[in-house]
Design a protein around this ligand. Structure first.
Ligand SMILES: [Zn+2]
Length: 553
């Protein structure tokens, strides 16, 4: 049939159908066309607690997004609430047990090199020019991202990621990235063997320009004044900072709203360079805004620093949305976080949480290993324990004889009685546990640890610290507070979905970050076998309509 004629026949048939439907009963609401661009924004360390504290004070982008579907209790439901595991869940719909990204760093005692620690976003098969460095890669991610899936379904789809951290960009973007950039040193970098495109070159020129000038302290908005109080943390004083920066100080640039501004500007330049959202397929733009995390680590969550950062974040997200609007793109946004966070114990102690404390240095892996070796009279096996810090995955030296190994594991299990330890699970216990189901709010600690357990990568034992125990024995510059625990202040993050014209709603019941990918897949009409997701599709229609279509919910 000639093309024109077939179109006319189809149009007539559609009209007849519509007429018939009208004559009988009200037509069901037509499914909205798929958006042309998915914008996935991960604000590193934006806990549900921070969101609750600031959500009524946002006036720009984060205010607008709250007109959409707001899930204030989204869960990064696993125990290992770190950056890499968290970012690995957002666009895959899979928990770390399935993504394989069980921590920022784990250990592989079988690798030939001296360094047994594996960074989640490194390619261990390659050696960087500087031996202390690594080659960034997404090789450890075991499942596809939404961008990978869209590209497989239609190669015309573009998949682009930009972030303040390599692991954020790579874990959200996946294996089939058209362009990917992250902050490194004094500007944005990309994968080995790739060139910076025009957008990234222009972004780096703008960064160089900004770095060439001193940056004065930011003005304190009225609602930040009450937070303006110094707190002593070791030799540091935090709580009153305003992000003044001398010229050339790239570390301060990174730990400030300037990083998020530069990241968002690069995202905009990439949208323009690739004309994202204007092609024949739905494109994906993943944006990792990392400054909230750097600010949280350096100065905690309740000082002027975080207050200024939250207002800046709101402005920066608003600017990005305005930019997309101006280009006339039909886009859908999800904004969430990789994990939550906790304030520094010194301020928690002053502010009605006296049980907050820093971890005992006896739990630091080296000290713990030495103490256990002395007690069990094990000599010449050093280090006895490999671990990334005083919590999480612990690996036993492979030189141990089977009986010694059992004895060391027993000592680790006995740590559950330590006043700062909540639970210790062995790999055997975790391997036997079923994958958790039901509301993440009520999961046991074993369930939480199971959700970030991978049999080939996880430790021989996992140590979980008590609530409000900060796993930083001594605070230092840039590192006074953190996350990584199985407690809800680290697990709960907001999930916010927004699209122009949508009628929003609030759903305070718990959902999971792994619900994001199935929700977006349904929104763009991408069929994915249900068994490939740990999450479920969230219906973003506030009424009788259903954005999940036929997918079971
Ligand atoms: Zn962090």
């Amino acid at each position: 049939m000639p093309f024109q004629l077939s179109k006319i026949v189809a149009a007539v048939a559609a009209l007849a159908l519509a007429g018939g439907a009208l004559a009988q009963s009200p037509a069901p609401p037509a499914a909205a066309p798929a958006p042309k661009l998915i914008v996935a924004i991960a604000v590193d360390q934006l806990s549900s607690d921070l969101f609750a504290q600031y959500r009524a004070r946002y006036t720009r982008g984060l205010k607008r997004l709250q007109q959409g579907a707001v899930f204030p209790a989204g869960y990064q439901s696993h125990a290992a609430t770190e950056t890499c595991p968290g970012h690995s869940t957002i666009m895959t719909g899979a928990r770390p047990a399935r993504t394989g990204i069980i921590a920022n760093n784990w250990h592989d005692l079988s690798v030939a090199r001296d360094k047994k620690s594996i960074y989640c976003a490194e390619d261990v098969s390659q050696t960087a020019p500087n031996p202390r460095d690594y080659v960034a890669s997404v090789a450890h991610l075991l499942v596809p991202t939404l961008g990978d899936r869209l590209k497989a379904a239609n190669p015309a789809a573009r998949n682009v990621a930009v972030a303040g951290k390599d692991r954020a960009a790579l874990m959200m973007g996946g294996r089939t990235l058209d362009q990917v950039y992250w902050w490194q040193g004094k500007g944005f970098a990309t994968l080995a063997g790739r060139q910076l495109g025009p957008a990234a070159q222009a972004a780096n020129a703008a960064v160089a320009d900004a770095l060439a000038r001193d940056k004065p302290a930011m003005d304190l908005p009225a609602d930040c004044v009450r937070a303006d109080r110094p707190v002593q943390a070791g030799e540091l004083v935090v709580g009153t900072g305003r992000f003044a920066r001398p010229k050339g100080d790239a570390a301060r640039f990174r730990g400030s709203p300037e990083l998020d501004q530069a990241t968002a500007e690069l995202a905009e330049k990439l949208v323009a360079e690739l004309d994202l959202g204007k092609g024949p397929a739905t494109d994906v733009l993943s944006v990792g805004l990392s400054a909230t995390d750097y600010v949280g680590h350096a100065t905690g969550t309740e000082g002027t620093e975080m207050c200024l950062q939250q207002h800046a974040l709101d402005r920066i997200v608003g600017g990005l949305l305005d930019f997309l609007d101006a280009r006339g793109i039909d886009y859908a946004v999800v904004l969430t976080s990789d994990h939550g966070g906790l304030d520094l114990p010194e301020r928690l102690d002053q502010q009605a949480l006296p049980q907050a404390a820093r971890v005992d240095s006896e739990l630091v892996p080296e000290a713990l290993g030495k103490a256990i070796a002395a007690k069990l009279r094990i000599a010449g096996v050093e280090p006895l324990l490999y671990a990334d810090g005083p919590f999480g995955d612990f690996y036993l030296n492979r030189a141990l004889k089977p009986k010694q190994r059992q004895a060391v594991l027993k000592e680790l299990k006995a740590l559950a009685a330590h006043p700062q330890v909540a639970a210790v699970f062995t790999a055997d216990e975790l391997a036997r546990a079923p994958s958790p189901t039901g509301s993440p709010e009520t999961w046991s600690l074993l369930d939480r640890a199971r959700a970030s357990f991978h049999p080939r990568r996880s430790g021989d034992a996992v140590i979980l610290l008590d609530r409000a125990i900060t796993p930083i024995p001594r605070p230092g510059p840039g590192y006074t507070a953190t996350h990584g625990s199985p407690w809800d202040y680290d697990r709960r993050v907001p999930l916010v979905f927004w699209r122009k014209g949508m009628t929003g709603f609030e759903q305070p019941s718990p959902v999971e970050a792994v619900d994001i990918a199935p929700t977006l897949a349904a929104l763009v009409g991408l069929a994915v076998p249900e068994a490939e997701f740990d999450g479920r599709c969230l219906d973003l229609d506030p009424g009788a309509g259903d954005t999940c279509g036929a997918r079971p919910r």
